[in-house]
Design a protein around this ligand. Structure first.
Ligand SMILES: [Zn+2]
Length: 267
C-alpha cells in the first residue's frame, strides 16, 4: 500500500515538473524568431467581423465581438508572448526572406464594418498592432460599413492593411474561374485607385466558399487567398494560396490557446 502511494506521488510530481518545465521553456523562448525552414510554427489567422461598443450588442458570436473582449483577447495573447504580424510579413516569411516570432498570429476583419474604423483602428494605432480589413467594394460607405475616407485614413496610419473580400460578396464557388478572377482583380484595382497606391494582392473568399479551379487561377495570377475553415496554418505546409483562418469568437484567452493547440494537432 505504501509503495503504491509513493509511485502515485512520484508520478504526480513528474507531471508537475514536466508542465512547469514546458511553461518556463515557453516563456524564455517566446522572443525567439525562426525562418520558415528552421522550425515548424503554428500560425493562426483570426477572423473577426464587427466590433461593438457593448456586450449586449453581440448578436452572433462569430459576427460581433465587444470592444472590451477584443482588447482583452489581443493584449492577453501578447502578454503571453504572441506577436501580431501583417500579411506582408507572412508572405516574406513564406518566401524565406524573414524570420518571425515563434508565436506569430494575424488579425483580420471581414466585410468592412464600421466597428473596424471606430474600435479596432484606434486600438491598433495605440498599441502599434498590424490588422487587416477585407472589404467588399460595393458595400463600402453604406450604412454599417466604413467609407473610403475612413479606409484612406486607416491605410495612411500604417497599422491597417485593406485588401479584397470581392466586389459583391457572392457565392464565388459557383463562378467560372475567369469570372472570379475578373471580380477579384477589379476589386483589388479599385482599392488601389481609392488608396492611391499599389497593394499586395490578398483576397478572402466570402463565406469561405471556393473551388479548386478558381483557387488555381488566382494562384497563377499571384493572388494570396484566405479561407474560413477554422484551422491553424503550420509552416511546414504553409500555403499562401489557401490560408486557414480560425474564429476567436468572444472566447477568453485560455480557450483560444487551447483551440490553437487542439486544432494544430487535429488537422
Ligand atoms: Zn464576408
Amino acid at each position: 500500500m505504501k509503495k503504491a502511494l509513493k509511485i502515485i506521488l512520484g508520478l504526480i510530481l513528474t507531471v508537475i515538473i514536466i508542465v512547469f518545465g514546458f511553461i518556463i521553456y515557453d516563456r524564455i523562448t517566446s522572443d525567439n524568431t525562426y525562418t520558415i525552414s528552421e522550425k515548424n510554427l503554428k500560425i493562426p489567422i483570426f477572423v473577426y467581423h464587427d466590433i461593438v461598443e457593448n456586450e449586449d450588442e453581440v448578436e452572433f458570436d462569430y459576427m460581433q465581438i465587444s470592444k472590451e473582449t477584443f482588447e482583452e483577447q489581443i493584449l492577453g495573447l501578447m502578454k503571453l508572448g504572441y506577436k501580431p504580424i501583417s500579411y506582408e510579413e507572412l508572405i516574406a516569411y513564406s518566401k524565406g526572406d524573414i524570420a518571425i516570432s515563434k508565436k506569430s498570429f494575424l488579425i483580420t476583419f471581414d466585410d468592412g464594418f464600421d466597428g473596424v474604423y471606430r474600435h479596432a483602428y484606434p486600438f491598433a494605432k495605440k498599441y502599434n498592432i498590424p490588422i487587416t480589413s477585407f472589404i467588399i467594394n460595393n458595400y463600402i460607405g453604406k450604412e454599417g460599413y466604413f467609407s473610403w475616407k475612413d479606409a484612406r485614413e486607416m491605410d495612411k496610419s500604417g497599422v491597417v492593411s485593406i485588401y479584397s473580400h470581392s466586389l459583391k460578396h457572392d457565392e464565388y464557388n459557383k463562378y467560372l474561374s475567369q469570372d472570379l478572377l475578373q471580380d477579384v482583380t477589379e476589386s483589388l484595382t479599385n482599392i488601389e485607385k481609392e488608396l492611391g497606391h499599389d497593394i499586395t494582392k490578398v483576397f478572402t473568399y466570402p463565406y469561405g466558399l471556393y473551388n479548386e479551379e478558381g483557387q488555381k487561377l488566382l494562384k497563377e495570377n499571384g493572388i494570396v487567398q484566405n479561407l474560413t475553415d477554422n484551422k491553424i496554418n503550420k509552416s511546414n505546409k504553409l500555403n499562401i494560396y489557401g490560408l486557414s483562418r480560425m474564429y476567436p469568437l468572444n472566447d477568453p484567452v485560455w480557450k483560444i490557446i487551447l483551440k490553437i493547440e487542439y486544432r494544430s494537432i487535429r488537422y
